[in-house]
Each structure stands twice: as structure tokens, then as C-alpha cells.
Design a protein around this ligand. Structure first.
Ligand SMILES: Nc1ncnc2c1ncn2[C@@H]1O[C@H](COP(=O)(O)OP(=O)(O)OP(=O)(O)O)[C@@H](O)[C@H]1O
Ligand SMILES: [Mg+2]
Length: 233
């Protein structure tokens, strides 16, 4: 089975080599847990190391904001790599008025379909599902989402969906995304000791992979993400 690496140092071993190709994977976490940075870094490193084409659909941040944040994390040469970023404003501009009266789930489905047919992207990120739902509420959330997830799986592309968890929520997702997804990567802020707050990562599920289940400390060290085992609190 072919796998794509996350290029997070130490985490591909946790995933028994990486994420099986063609999976739809959720990246879940409360606000500020570096979901965007992690997803972008996976796309960026795959473009840089393996020439994989990436499409980043940012429904929250503007193109300029996202690009700036990634440059701050030293992901340079973006313009020379096969990575393409688009934000809501640019998707709006590319669509005729009558199309915009449709729900965003349909707009996004049509947009992805067209782009994948034209450019054969290897990795697609949708950031975030919460933003997608707030752009236009779903009429039948369970059924709409079921069809959307099926559409994504049938693309046979690696898809990452960012899912925002509200503080205090016991659920990872707004609808049934966790059941429908092939994999779930969870990011949290953990209070370690009296004053230290650590970013932590674990793989909750990854179909067709013998992954580890533990929590690891996640750090961004200058240029790359790295995980290390948690020794003690
Ligand atoms: N090297 C770093 N190490 C730790 N945290 C960092 C580093 N660089 C940036 N950050 C912090 O990461 C957070 C933003 O990361 P990012 O936007 O990827 O998170 P997010 O989970 O997508 O946030 P949001 O919930 O707003 O979408 C900010 O709080 C920023 O200060
Ligand atoms: Mg984000």
C-alpha cells in the first residue's frame, strides 16, 4: 500500500510509515492548536520532497494572511512549488452570481471537481469545516455531509479536512465527520506543570494502518514540525 508522509519528524513512525494514499483525514483541535500550520506543512513538504501537487482551500484566512503565516514558519520557495492556495474571496470571484446563490458545499464540490480534473492535485486541504458550515448552513447536515465525504473519497486524492473543536466541547466534530473520515489526527494544548503549556498530537484513527495511540509533544523547531515522546508532567 502506498503511503504519503506527514514529514513531521517522528510522527510517520507513529503512523507506521504515513497516511495511506487516497484517505480523507480530519485534523481536529481547539483554536490555536496549529491545525492550519500542520496541514499546510504536510502539503508543503510533500510538494518539496516528492513533487506532489497541493491545493489549499482556505475558508477562514485570506490568501495573504495564510501565505504570511507560512513564511513566518520558514516555509520558503512557496512560489516555486506546485502548491496552490485559494481563499473565499477568490472562489467568489471565480463564480457567476447565480452559482453563488447555491450553498457553499455545492460551490466547493464543483470547484474541487473542476480543479482536480484540470490539475490532478495529489493533496487537497479544506480549512475549515466550521467555516464551510458558517458560509451557508447545511439543509440536511447528515445526508449532505455523507454525500460530500463520498465525493471526496471518490477523488482518490489525499484530502485533509480541518475541524475546529470549541473549548469545553466533548465532540471532535460538528456532524458525523469522525465516523466518515478514514483518519483522525487530534491536536491539543496541554497544561504541563504550573506554567508550561505544550502542544500535543495523537492519531485517533487511521484506517488500514497499525498506528500508535499515544500522545506526543508537537513542536515547530525553526523549519519543521517534530514529535517527541512525553516523558512526564
Ligand atoms: N514555532 C511555533 N511554535 C509554537 N506555536 C507557534 C509557532 N509559530 C506560531 N505559533 C502559534 O500557533 C498559533 C497559530 O497556528 P495556526 O494558525 O496554525 O493554528 P490554528 O489551529 O489553525 O488556529 P485557528 O484556530 O485560529 O484556525 C498561534 O497562536 C501562533 O502564535
Ligand atoms: Mg487555522
Amino acid at each position: 500500500m502506498n503511503k504519503i508522509k506527514t514529514y513531521i519528524d517522528g510522527f510517520d513512525e507513529v503512523l507506521d510509515g504515513g497516511i495511506p494514499e487516497g484517505h480523507v483525514v480530519l485534523i481536529c483541535g481547539t483554536p490555536g492548536t496549529m491545525k492550519t500550520s500542520v496541514a499546510y506543512s504536510i502539503m508543503y513538504e510533500n510538494a518539496k520532497n516528492d513533487g506532489r501537487k497541493g491545493l489549499y482551500i482556505s475558508l477562514e484566512e485570506s490568501y495573504e494572511g495564510l501565505k504570511g503565516a507560512m513564511l513566518d514558519l520558514n516555509m520558503a520557495d512557496i512560489d516555486q512549488l506546485p502548491v496552490f492556495m485559494i481563499d473565499v474571496g477568490r472562489i467568489r470571484k471565480a463564480h457567476a452570481e447565480q452559482e453563488l446563490s447555491k450553498g457553499w458545499l455545492e460551490i466547493l464540490t464543483n470547484y474541487i471537481q473542476k480543479r482536480v480534473e484540470a490539475d490532478e492535485f495529489d493533496i487537497i486541504v479544506i480549512d475549515s469545516m466550521a467555516a464551510l458550515y458558517s458560509l451557508s448552513p447545511l439543509k440536511n447536515p447528515r445526508a449532505d455531509l455523507f454525500h460530500f465525504m463520498r465525493f471526496l473519497k471518490e477523488l482518490n486524492t489525499n484530502v485533509f479536512l480541518i475541524s475546529e473543536i470549541s473549548h469545553g466541547s466533548t465532540s471532535l466534530v460538528a456532524n458525523d465527520e469522525d465516523f466518515l473520515a478514514d483518519g483522525i489526527i487530534h491536536l491539543t494544548m496541554h497544561e504541563a506543570g504550573e506554567s508550561d503549556v505544550q502542544l500535543r498530537i495523537n492519531c485517533i484513527k487511521m484506517r488500514r494502518t497499525k498506528h500508535q495511540r499515544g500522545w506526543y509533544r508537537l513542536m515547530h523547531t525553526g523549519k519543521k514540525f517534530t514529535v517527541t515522546p512525553i516523558i512526564s508532567d
